[in-house]
Design a protein around this ligand. Structure first.
Ligand code: ATP
Ligand code: MG
Length: 600
C-alpha cells in the first residue's frame, strides 16, 4: 500500500471512469499479479531476481524538467498518484530528461515540491521512486542494438527532406528508403559509428523497420535515435546519439515495471508503436512481461488561462506577470500563492474527472472547488475594501465621548465551538464607499439620507447625509445611532431594516493592502483562434486597494485563509520581492469571490 502524507483522501466513493474500469479489470484478472520487482528499475533479469511486486499497480508522472508545472499537470498528478493510492499501487516520479538540454535544478526542485504540496509521495514500500529517464540510456542503446540484430531497425542516411517526402501522407503510402534493406551487420556497424561520433548531427538516424504502407503514419519506420553532439546534464559527453521520445518513453515505463501508462490524447496514434516496441523487446527477453499498456485521456483545457509551459514562460520572460508564482498564473506555485489549497485542487481534479474527449473546463469550476473546501474551514472576518468613514454624530451624547462598544461575532457561523471574534463599535467606522448613495437606485437598501441600516453585529444607524470635497467625492458619511438596537440584545430587532452592511471600527481596524485579482485573459480561450494569445491579456487583472480589516486578523500568518464576509475568500500574503506595497500592514490576496454576494 502506498504510504501517503494525506490520509483524508477518500479511497472509496469516487465516481468510476474508464481508467478505473481498466485497472479493476486487470486486478480482477490478475494481469500483472505474477510480476516481480527488482527493487529498482531494470531489465527482465533484474526484476526476475527480485521479489513479487509489492505494488498492485504502478503508474508514473513523467514531467520534462523544463518549467514550472501548471493546473493541467496537477490533473495528471492527481490522476496518477490518486489511482495508485486507491488501488494499492505506487506512482513513480520520473524526470523525462532524454533531451540533452540543460536541466535546471530549480525546475526539478519545484516539481518535487508541487507533488508533495498536492499531498502525494513517491516513497512506498521503503523505496524512493524518484527517477531520471537519462539513467536508462545504456539500456536504450542495448534495446536499439537488439532491434538491429533482430532485423527490426536500420540506419537511414537519407536527408531529412528525402525522408519526409518518402513518408507519404494520409492518402498515399510511404516509399521504402534505399537503406532499408541493408544487412543487420552493416546496420550495426553504422549505428556504432553514429554512437562513436563519426557522423555529424543529422548525418543518419536509426529507424524502426515496420511498415511504410501502414495507415498509421507513426508506424512508417519511425526514427528512434538521432545524432546530437550535445552535452547532457547527467551523462555529460558519453553520448552523441539520443533516443527519440516515442522510443524512450515505452522503455522507461517497461524498466520501471509500470502497469498503466496514462498519457494525454495526442499520444493515441503512438500507441501501436508503443506496443510494437515493447512486444519486440519482450520477445527478446529484454523486459519484464506482461509489458505496460498505454491509456489516453483528454488533457485539461481551462478557460481564461493558458496551459502550455512555452506560453507561460513567455508571460514570465516578457514581464506580463511578476514571475512563475504570480497569483494570476495557472502554475501550481501561482495557484498556491493565490490561496488555492491542495484539497481544492484535488477536489477540482476529481470533479472534472477523466474523459476521452477534448473539452474546455470553466474556470468557475476551479473557483467553486476552492469555495467548497474553504467554506467549512475558513474563519470569518469583516473587511472594508474601499473605505470611507461613517461618523455617528450622536455617539458622544448617547454612549459617552470616547466610548468603544465591544462587539462579537462567531469565528465560524456553523462551528460555535471555534469561539468568537472581538472588535469595537465607536463614533467613527469604516464602511464601503459603495454602501452610500445620495439618491438610492431602485432596490438599494443601504445608506442614503433617512434610511436605517444595521451594521452587522453592531447597531442600527440612520443615515443623515454625506460630506463631499471640492471635486464632489464623498469624504465622510454621517448617521445617528438608534438606541437599544445592538445585535444580540433584547429588543434589538424592534426596528426593522432592509439592509445590513459590514464595517470595521476606525479605532481598532487594521490598515491592510488588498490585492484583487481578475482573470489574466479577456477571452475564454486565449489564442484559440490561431491569434497571438498575448494580445488577449487583461491589462486590468490586478487592482491594489488600501483597506481596513477587523482586529482578529492581527494574528494571521502567511498563507492563512479567511472569508471576508460579503467579499469572498482571501489569503494572507508575505511580500513578494517584485511587488510594491501601499501600506505597512498585512497584505491579503483575494482568491475568489463568494458565489452570491449578500449585498442588497
Ligand atoms: P507543456 O505542453 O505545458 O510543456 P507537456 O505535456 O509537454 O506540457 P510534460 O512535462 O511533458 O509537459 O508533462 C508531464 C505530464 O503531464 C505528461 O504526462 C502530460 O501528459 C501531463 N500533462 C501536461 N499538460 C497536461 C494537461 N493540460 N492536462 C492533463 N495532463 C497534462
Ligand atoms: Mg513537453
Amino acid at each position: 500500500m502506498a504510504s501517503s502524507p494525506d490520509k483524508d483522501v477518500p479511497t472509496s466513493g469516487k465516481p468510476s471512469n474508464f481508467l478505473r474500469q481498466v485497472i479493476e479489470r486487470d486486478l480482477e484478472q490478475g494481469t500483472y499479479a505474477d510480476r516481480k520487482w527488482g527493487g529498482s528499475p531494470g531489465d527482465r533479469q533484474h526484476h526476475e531476481d527480485g521479489v513479487p511486486d509489492p505494488a498492485k499497480i504502478r503508474t508514473r508522472f513523467p514531467p520534462e524538467p523544463n518549467g514550472y508545472l501548471h493546473i493541467g499537470h496537477a490533473k495528471s498528478i492527481c490522476l496518477n498518484f490518486g489511482l495508485a493510492q486507491d488501488y494499492g499501487g505506487v506512482c513513480h516520479l520520473r524526470f523525462d530528461d532524454t533531451n540533452p538540454e540543460r536541466e535546471e535544478q530549480e525546475y526539478v526542485d519545484a516539481i518535487r515540491d508541487a507533488v508533495h504540496w498536492l499531498g502525494y509521495t513517491w516513497e512506498a514500500n521503503g523505496t524512493n521512486h524518484d527517477y531520471h529517464a537519462s539513467n536508462y540510456f545504456d539500456f536504450m542503446y542495448r534495446a536499439a542494438e537488439y532491434l538491429i540484430e533482430s532485423g527490426n531497425a536500420y540506419v537511414d542516411e537519407q536527408s531529412a527532406e528525402a525522408m519526409r517526402a518518402s513518408r507519404g501522407d494520409f492518402g498515399r503510402p510511404g516509399v521504402d528508403s534505399p537503406y532499408r534493406s541493408r544487412s543487420a551487420e552493416e546496420n550495426l556497424a553504422r549505428f556504432r559509428e553514429m554512437r562513436d561520433g563519426k557522423l555529424p548531427d543529422g548525418g543518419a538516424v536509426l529507424r524502426a523497420k515496420i511498415d511504410m504502407a501502414s495507415p498509421n503514419i507513426n508506424m512508417r519506420d519511425p526514427t528512434i535515435y538521432r545524432i546530437k553532439h550535445a552535452e547532457h546534464h547527467n551523462t555529460g559527453n558519453k553520448w552523441c546519439i539520443y533516443p527519440m521520445y516515442t522510443f524512450a518513453h515505452p522503455i522507461e515505463d517497461a524498466l520501471e515495471n509500470i502497469t498503466h501508462s496514462i498519457c494525454t490524447l495526442e499520444f493515441e496514434d503512438q500507441r501501436p508503436f508503443y506496443d510494437w516496441l515493447l512486444d519486440r523487446l519482450a520477445e527478446g527477453g529484454l523486459i519484464e512481461t506482461p509489458h505496460p499498456r498505454q491509456y489516453e485521456f483528454a488533457r485539461l483545457n481551462l478557460t481564461y488561462v493558458v496551459t502550455s509551459k512555452r506560453k507561460l514562460r513567455q508571460l514570465v520572460d516578457e514581464g506580463h506577470v511578476d514571475g512563475w508564482d504570480d497569483p494570476r498564473m495557472p502554475t501550481i506555485v501561482g495557484l498556491r500563492r493565490r490561496g488555492y489549497t491542495p484539497e481544492s485542487l484535488r477536489l477540482f481534479a476529481e470533479r472534472i474527472g477523466v474523459s476521452k474527449a477534448d473539452s474546455w473546463i470553466e474556470y468557475s469550476v476551479l473557483e467553486q472547488a476552492l469555495r467548497d473546501d474553504l467554506d467549512p474551514k475558513a474563519p470569518r472576518a469583516m473587511a472594508v475594501l474601499d473605505p470611507v468613514k461613517l461618523v455617528i454624530t450622536n455617539w458622544d451624547e448617547l454612549m459617552g465621548e470616547g466610548y468603544l462598544d465591544p462587539c462579537t461575532a462567531p469565528v465560524h457561523p456553523h462551528a460555535p465551538e471555534r469561539g468568537k471574534r472581538e472588535f469595537t463599535f465607536g463614533k467613527e467606522l469604516w464602511i464601503e464607499r459603495t454602501d452610500y448613495e445620495d439618491t438610492p437606485p431602485k432596490g438599494f437598501f443601504r445608506l442614503f439620507p433617512g434610511n436605517k441600516v444595521r451594521l452587522k453585529y453592531g447597531h442600527v444607524v440612520e443615515c443623515t447625509g454625506a460630506i463631499r470635497n471640492s471635486s464632489g467625492a464623498v469624504t465622510e458619511v454621517r448617521g445617528r445611532l438608534i438606541a437599544d438596537t445592538k445585535s444580540g440584545t433584547p429588543g434589538a430587532d424592534a426596528i426593522k431594516v432592509k439592509g445590513t452592511i459590514s464595517w470595521v471600527g476606525a479605532a481598532d481596524g487594521i490598515q491592510a493592502e488588498v490585492r484583487l485579482y481578475d482573470r489574466l485573459f479577456r477571452v475564454a480561450q486565449p489564442g484559440a483562434r490561431d491569434n497571438e494569445f498575448r494580445e488577449e491579456i487583461n491589462s486590468q487583472s490586478l487592482k491594489v486597494l488600501t483597506s481596513y480589516v477587523e482586529p482578529s486578523l492581527a494574528s494571521f500568518r502567511w498563507d492563512d485563509k479567511v472569508q471576508f464576509e460579503r467579499h469572498g475568500y482571501f489569503v494572507a500574503q508575505r511580500m513578494h520581492p517584485h511587488a510594491s506595497r501601499t501600506t505597512d500592514g498585512p497584505v491579503f490576496n483575494r482568491i475568489t469571490g463568494l458565489k452570491d454576494s449578500w449585498a442588497k
